[in-house]
Write a protein that binds this ligand. Structure first.
Ligand code: SAH
Length: 252
């Protein structure tokens, strides 16, 4: 899987690509990340990549030409044109299922906008998909690119320490799309608070049931929509439904 990131600030990516559990995914090439700065192919003494907006108004707009030239460089390196993704507030909202789609793909070109955004003619000519990471505005597409790359890298086999431990993460279909349970570590008592007894019992079946109950409780409380989706998908057992009914009675 290869991702080509087009950014005016490639240096932001260096610590991200070499730190933490996902480093292995990038260094092994499982998620092969290449960085391209449109300034490198921009023309003129000043290597201009942005200009003032037609029609006036504040800020600058990223020019189409240096971005298109960068796509040409990437296409000649790859030997073909890959899908082009632009990060933008108007894009499809990123969630687990979209991350999973990209995790199963062979990669893409990721365009990081800056300033007021990108000349619309470049978007119309070259962009295949737009992705948003939420209803707020950032100063650039670099953080969204890192968000997507990190989430995709986590889902690659052998990237997390324990095999397939992403299966125990929130939103994962392996967890029936529920939220993760709470976690505890040493010491057994901290600030007057004990660790739930069952976790110290060594009784694997009880521990698994406790965790499932916690996932259901947390999800029912914080994201009832995910309970409804799990139910609609036939993912909840009779035991799950009993627990949910008992919570509903307690809540009133
Ligand atoms: N004027 C634009 C915002 C530009 S912000 C507007 O109001 O919609 C500069 C760049 O940051 C954008 O081109 C985009 O690449 C990135 N960006 C900002 N917010 C984002 C978000 N929520 N999701 C994805 N990318 C975002």
């Amino acid at each position: 899987m290869r991702f080509d990131v087009v950014t005016l600030f490639p240096e932001i990516f260096a610590p991200f690509l070499t730190t933490g559990i996902t480093r292995r995914a990038y260094s092994s090439g499982a998620v092969d990340v290449h960085l391209f700065n449109p300034r490198d192919v921009a023309s003129g003494n000043y290597r201009r990549v942005d200009d003032r907006p037609f029609g006036g108004g504040p800020g600058m707009v990223m020019m189409a030409e240096p971005l298109e030239k960068t796509l040409d460089v990437i296409a000649s390196e790859r030997g073909h044109r890959a899908k082009v993704v632009l990060f933008s507030p108007i894009g499809q909202r990123l969630d687990h299922s979209l991350v999973q789609e990209w995790a199963n793909s062979d990669g893409a070109v990721l365009i990081c906008g800056r300033y007021e955004g990108v000349d619309q003619r470049f978007i119309d000519a070259h962009v295949d998909a737009q992705i948003s990471i939420g209803d707020f505005v950032l100063s650039g597409g670099e953080l969204p690119a890192m968000v997507l790359l990190d989430a995709v890298a986590r889902l690659q086999p052998d990237v997390l320490g324990d095999a397939d431990s992403h299966h125990f993460d929130s939103f994962n279909p392996a967890l029936d799309g529920l939220l993760d349970c709470p976690h505890y570590t040493r010491p057994e008592a901290w600030a007057g608070q004990a660790v739930p007894e069952v976790l110290l019992s060594g009784h694997h079946i009880n521990i698994a049931r406790w965790r499932r109950d916690q996932q259901l409780r947390l999800t029912a409380r914080h994201r009832p929509d995910l309970i409804a989706a799990a139910r609609a998908a036939g993912r909840l057992t009779a035991q799950d439904e009993d627990l949910l009914a008992s919570i509903a009675i307690m809540v009133g």
